[in-house]
Design a protein around this ligand. Structure first.
Ligand code: AHG
Ligand code: MN
Ligand code: MN
Ligand code: MN
Length: 331
């Protein structure tokens, strides 16, 4: 009889990784455990979304991005903030849903070496229609002095400084995918034990793919070089897929190979996506998996942020598709 394969839980996996670095303190593992816990709570609510009135619909507020806030945006934001605040691994949080950074400023938090940036609920417009949504998170090491409250500088770091980034996709199954410089690994939530279990070891984005993902409704607002690339995809052996939740669109392309684009337009030259909460973490994951990510001219991860909620055009995905796109965008 074949021995039963032991599936590693997220905790077991991060501890196994830790064992290879005797100097590591386990703080990142603890942080990932906290984020995993919050996302399991969010997952429970997402799964009930059609059943209970207090989950679906607008919260009745407009956020700093100028978007209508959904009840689930707020629920997810509150869960993540409260888990991180009550934990001991995070000095402060910046969120798509909060105008200002949240500095925890207590004795234990001030000793924590990490800050977290997040898009608590990605794909808000899909909540009410039972389509995949997600959570995106970024972890940076503080540059401010340990023992004191964290500062804005800790949050305005370029993506190249990321220690870890990840996302949770609430899809046909729920998965947590995270990247460190060592690799990208994916964990599927096993509802029978309530644990994320390693299911996708060392994810590599195929160098070539045949999927392109873009909101074609904006086609006539894109510049000519972007339109030319889309036409190349349309004439070639490509297929178009666009969910409208970047977590779902990028997750699919990461596994199958493809390109995701949210270009700027004349009216909105910087597009829609937020550099700190959306572009950087997804660019980091993509690059660690062997893909590329740019804002059309520069590597996204090299951009020095100046504002918390700044936006950026985003192009990312399979290496060879990105190289072809890069050549066309250069004109
Ligand atoms: P969020 O729900 O966090 O505000 O993000 C929505 C984003 C992103 O997930 C998605 O790719 C994009 O908005 C879709 O925008 P369009 O509807 O303009 O295509
Ligand atoms: Mn939003
Ligand atoms: Mn988002
Ligand atoms: Mn969001």
């Amino acid at each position: 009889m074949q021995p039963t394969r032991r599936v590693l839980t997220l905790d077991e996996f991060t501890i196994q990784e830790l064992r290879q670095f005797p100097a590591a303190t386990g703080e990142l593992s603890g942080l990932l455990r906290d984020i995993g816990l919050a996302s399991k709570r969010i997952n429970v609510e997402v799964n009930k979304a059609g059943l209970v009135d207090d989950i679906l619909g607008d919260a009745g507020a407009v956020n700093v991005q100028g978007e209508d806030v959904k009840k689930l945006d707020l629920f997810a934001n509150n869960q993540l903030i409260s888990v991180l605040r009550n934990g001991i691994y995070c000095a402060g949080v910046a969120s798509e849903e909060n105008d200002e950074v949240i500095v925890f400023d207590d004795e234990v938090s001030n000793r924590s070496k990490y800050v977290v940036l997040m898009d608590p609920l990605d794909g808000s417009s899909n909540i009410d229609v039972n389509t995949s949504i997600g959570t995106i998170f970024s972890v940076y090491r503080r540059v401010s002095q340990l023992g004191l409250p964290c500062t804005m500088e800790d949050f305005l770091q370029p993506g190249l400084k990321l220690v870890a980034a990840g996302y949770v996709i609430y899809g046909s199954s729920t998965m947590l995918v995270y990247a460190t410089r060592r690799g990208v690994n994916g964990f599927t939530l096993d509802p029978s034990i309530g644990e994320f279990c390693l299911s996708h070891r060392r994810i590599q984005c195929p160098a070539i793919g045949n999927i392109y993902s873009v909101n074609n409704g904006n086609y006539y607002d894109f510049d000519q070089n972007v339109r030319n690339y889309i036409e190349l995809c349309q004439r070639g052996s490509y297929t178009q897929r666009y969910v409208g939740s970047m977590v779902a669109d990028i997750h699919r392309n990461l596994i199958k190979g493809g390109i995701f684009m949210y270009p700027g337009t004349v009216a909105k030259p910087k597009g829609k996506l937020r550099l700190l909460y959306e572009c950087n973490p997804m660019a980091f994951i993509t690059e660690v998996a062997g893909g590329l990510a740019t804002d059309g001219t520069r590597r996204v991860l090299e951009v020095a942020p100046t504002e918390l909620h700044q936006r950026s055009p985003l192009f990312l995905g399979s290496k060879e598709m990105m190289e072809e796109l890069g050549g066309m965008l250069a004109g």
